[in-house]
Every structure is written in structure tokens, then in C-alpha cells.
Design a protein around this ligand. Structure first.
Ligand code: HBI
Ligand code: FE
Length: 280
């Protein structure tokens, strides 16, 4: 991640909150084509694998294969639905900036799109991950509130409790890589999964990873990998339950977490309730 001063060299118009103009008119046909490739590839496998809430959000936002979304128009739709907006940023922004945006119902999204040789893996979140992956869940009222609460809690975790690590794990294992148990079976909703072709199949159907029933303290004690598929996923029973379990003051929990174990990404505990992979 770069400082504001360093970013100014590349983006002279960058604001103090790290936002920039999307300049939608500057995308080339080749860039829209990469979006289309990624979009079509995901839409072949997401029905029956992604949570209905995600697919419903995609539809309500009118995200289509043909072009990279225009953030201003997308934000007008999203704002009408749940009060969220999408703002363009160069790439990863500092934690306090990220939390402040979320706390105000603004989702910071990378405006660049990956190169054709990076279809399957990128290090920093691009517009496909950030918009295709994250925006649809922001249409869901409960999830929309959960994200705002994360932004507000993030600021306190950073400044008051020095517990960013714990809270970042909650974000990682829900917003980015969450699974949900539904009446129709196991589904994905995490943006890191729904925006990845290979991980969509892996997270749901591969026998290798652990699928562990969500438990807040367990999740906050669990490290994660950023360089490969997850070794463990956590399964929530519903978005209402996720919100109920996390919409509280974490002060006492952070104190508890200071003592006791930290778990490796692939570790399975005797107390874990494991779900079976989805039948392929
Ligand atoms: N910046 N643009 C962007 N996107 C993120 O997902 C993001 C970020 N900055 C910090 C951050 N995530 C995480 O470190 C926090 O959730 C902890
Ligand atoms: Fe993300």
C-alpha cells in the first residue's frame, strides 16, 4: 500500500480520503472485454452455488457482461436500495481510510481491471473483485448494515483496542470468504470466492478444505492465507444470525482474545462442527 504523497505522483487528482474519479470513458474495449470474460465465466457456475442474496443483488444492480459498471450510475441504484455508494480508489487504502468509508456506507473499489494474463490471480483488488464481488451483497439490507458496523468497529479496533488482527479475521472469513448453509444446501457469498472461478468450485466442492460452523471467537483466533485457496471456510446459518452475533461491543471479547490460542489456517479443533462439501 502506498502513501497519499506517493500516490499523488500517479494520480494528481487524488483526494484526502484516497478517492479518485473513475473516468469510465477511459476504459478501452479490451478492458471491457476482460470484464466480460470474467463475468461470463462466473455466471456459468454461480447459479446453484452462490447464495440467492448475491444473485439477487447482481440482478437488482443490473450488472451485465457487456461493460465495466459506471460507478456513478451504479451508486445511484445502490443508494436507492440500501444507501450505499461505490467510490473509486487507486488500490488498497490505509485501514483507517477504509473503515471511514465503510462507516459512511461508501465502498472503496479499485477502478483498474486485471491484465489478460492475470485472469485467475491478482494481488490487489481490481474492479471485478470489488464491484462484481462486493457490490451485490450491499443490496441485502442486513448485510449492508453488517458492513457499516464493520467500518465503525474497525475504527475502534484500531484506535482503542489494538485488535485489528482479530477483526480483520472476521472480515476475511465472512465478507471475503464466507459460506452459508441454506435450505437448498451450502452456498458461497464471500466476494473473494464469487469473483474467483477456481475458488468457487474449490470452496464448495473440493473435499480438501475444512468447512467449519461459524463461531465468532473461533474465527477471530484463526489466521488466514492471502496467497492461496483457503484451507478453512466458516459457514454461517443466515445473515441475520451473522449480524446478531457480531452487532455488539467487542471490548470484552478482545480482552478474552489477548490470552489463549491462535489457530493456524488449516487447523481443526475437537469442538468444530464440520459441514460436508456440496455434492458436485
Ligand atoms: N482497501 N481498497 C481497499 N479494499 C480493502 O478490502 C481493504 C483496504 N484497506 C484495508 C483493508 N481492506 C483491510 O486491511 C481491513 O479490512 C482490515
Ligand atoms: Fe474484497
Amino acid at each position: 500500500m502506498q502513501t497519499l504523497t506517493a500516490l499523488k505522483a500517479l494520480h494528481p487528482e487524488i483526494r484526502a480520503d484516497f478517492t479518485i474519479e473513475q473516468h469510465w470513458e477511459r476504459y478501452t474495449q479490451a478492458e471491457h472485454g476482460i470484464w466480460r470474460t470474467l463475468y461470463e465465466r462466473q455466471m456459468q457456475i454461480l447459479p446453484g452455488r452462490a447464495a440467492d442474496e448475491f444473485l439477487d443483488g447482481l440482478k437488482k444492480l443490473k450488472l451485465v457482461a457487456e461493460r465495466i459498471p459506471n460507478f456513478a450510475r451504479l451508486s445511484d441504484d445502490l443508494q436507492r436500495l440500501t444507501g450505499w455508494r461505490i467510490v473509486a480508489v487507486p488500490s488498497l487504502v490505509p485501514d483507517e481510510i477504509f473503515f471511514d468509508h465503510l462507516a459512511h456506507r461508501r465502498f472503496p473499489a479499485g477502478r483498474f481491471i486485471r491484465k489478460p494474463e492475470q485472469l485467475d490471480y491478482i494481488e490487489e483488488p481490481d474492479v471485478f473483485h470489488d464491484v462484481f464481488g462486493h457490490a451485490p451483497m450491499l443490496v441485502h439490507p442486513v448485510f449492508a448494515d453488517y458492513m457499516e458496523a464493520y467500518g465503525k468497529g474497525g475504527m475502534r479496533a484500531l484506535t482503542e483496542f489494538h485488535a485489528l488482527k482479530n477483526l480483520a479475521r472476521l472480515y476475511w472469513y465472512t465478507v471475503e470468504f464466507g459460506l452459508i448453509e441454506t435450505a437448498k444446501g451450502l452456498r458461497i457469498y464471500g466476494s473473494g470466492i464469487v469473483s474467483s472461478h477456481a475458488e468457487t468450485l474449490y470452496a464448495l466442492e473440493n473435499p480438501k478444505p475444512n468447512r467449519i460452523r461459524f463461531e465468532l471467537e473461533r474465527v477471530m483466533r484463526t489466521e488466514y492465507r492471502i496467497d492461496d485457496f483457503q484451507e478453512s471456510y466458516f459457514v454461517i446459518p443466515s445473515f441475520d444470525r451473522l449480524f446478531d452475533e457480531t452487532y455488539k461491543d467487542f471490548a470484552a471479547l478482545y480482552r478474552t482474545l489477548q490470552a489463549g490460542p491462535t489457530y493456524r489456517p488449516g487447523e481443526v479443533l475437537a469442538s468444530d462442527a464440520l459441514a460436508a462439501p456440496k455434492a458436485a
